[in-house]
Design a protein around this ligand. Structure first.
Ligand code: MG
Length: 374
């Protein structure tokens, strides 16, 4: 890729792949990573995994797949403006949710509870496990054998205890270093995407309404501006124009503020990025506005009683599945039984985390519904 900033991750400063491979022809190393992610089984499963609304609640709500595509879109635009490695940013964003359980955060919390005695469960670690170990596609290695910087970008957080078991990719948590600017950007593009699409999905679902949102500064400001420009506009178009304008404001702010941070710090290469404070960030005003919106969504959408009822069902399903497999591993399909013999309860976590929402519901019925035979 031409025109990359000197502090961007590139093919000349990458720490490379665990298993050495011949260089790709006709595409970059990071394009190859992105392509491997898109062709993976875990990526296709994202279509049927929940972000907030369970897949069968409606065809228009975001799924983890459409969420990941929106994150990639936002992050790529900003990466190009900051002369960062757009291919790496795309690979990280498309892979960032691969390790999520079915049923969103309720599923992850339930699986973490179940796995407490066996090391716990954390979706970031699981995303790395998917691309490093669980995908079975290549003759010469397990997983996708992605570049170090793609893997490091996927691993957003790690406790010191977990970091110690992760060798090179966990090092930065022990050395208190920052990830690449591409990874920092992927993380904040995730936040921009979900804050805004949850406003859109929340309104579509009827769980939140426009009157409530008028109290939120960033929403009401953009809403008024759109109304002023298009006085007769109403309904979905008015909402879309408002959400579009909010995304534009925060994405532009992130670009401008980050460029300023980079210039002020005077970094020149990738090692400077690792040693510096986080440089990709919002201005204080937009950060505050984002926090206000987040708090609103938390209280009025994520904790809405109808979302909580679904979360409650989700925890129940995950717990019952885990308990059944844990009490009798012979209930596991053959392949997972074999793995259970080698790695114990982690095999159950891998099996459950890999399930889509609808697969988990079906598996629950197969195990517990009387008269269900297959
Ligand atoms: Mg995400």
């Amino acid at each position: 890729m031409n025109n990359l900033a000197s502090y961007a991750v590139s093919e000349s400063n990458t720490r490379g792949r665990i298993v050495n491979e011949a260089p790709p022809s006709g595409r970059s190393e990071f394009q190859r990573d992105r392509d491997r992610i898109i062709h993976s089984k875990a990526f296709r499963r994202l279509e049927y995994k929940t972000q907030v609304f369970v897949n069968h609640e409606g065809d228009l709500f975001r799924t983890r797949l459409t969420h990941s595509l929106e994150v990639a879109q936002i992050a790529r635009s900003i990466a190009r403006n900051l002369r960062l490695n757009e291919d790496l940013v795309e690979a990280i964003t498309l892979a960032h949710d691969l390790g999520h359980t079915p049923f969103g955060h309720a599923g992850q919390d339930a699986l973490h509870q179940c796995m407490k005695a066996y090391g716990g469960f954390e979706h970031n670690l699981q995303s790395l496990r998917v691309v490093d170990i669980l995908e079975e596609r290549y003759a010469e290695f397990d997983g996708l054998n992605l570049c170090f910087e793609t893997r490091a970008g996927i691993l957003k957080h790690a406790s010191r205890k977990n970091a110690r078991n992760l060798s090179a990719v966990g090092e930065r948590f022990l050395l208190n270093q920052r990830p690449s600017l591409e990874a920092q950007l992927a993380n904040l593009a995730d936040e921009i995407a979900y804050n805004n699409h949850d406003v859109d999905d929340g309104l579509r679902s009827g769980l939140i309404n426009l009157e409530q949102l008028q109290e939120i500064d960033i929403f009401s400001r953009h809403w008024s501006a759109v109304k002023q420009k298009y006085p007769v506009l109403a309904g979905r178009r008015l909402i879309h124009e408002t959400v579009r304008a909010m995304i534009n404001t925060v994405a532009t702010d992130l670009t401008v503020q980050s460029a300023r941070n980079i210039a002020d710090t005077g970094i020149t290469d990738l090692s400077d990025v690792y040693a510096a404070a986080p440089l990709i960030g919002f201005s204080p005003a937009v950060k505050k506005a984002q926090q206000e919106l987040k708090r609103f969504l938390h209280e009025h959408l994520y904790l809405h009683y109808r979302v909580m009822r679904m979360s409650n069902k989700a925890s129940h399903i995950i717990q019952r599945l885990f308990d059944a497999f844990s009490a009798n591993a012979r209930l596991l399909p053959d392949k997972h039984q074999q793995k259970f013999k080698q790695i114990g309860h982690q095999a159950i976590a891998d099996y459950i985390a890999g399930m889509t929402d609808r697969y988990a519901i079906k598996e629950y019925q197969r195990l517990f519904a009387v008269g269900q035979t297959d």
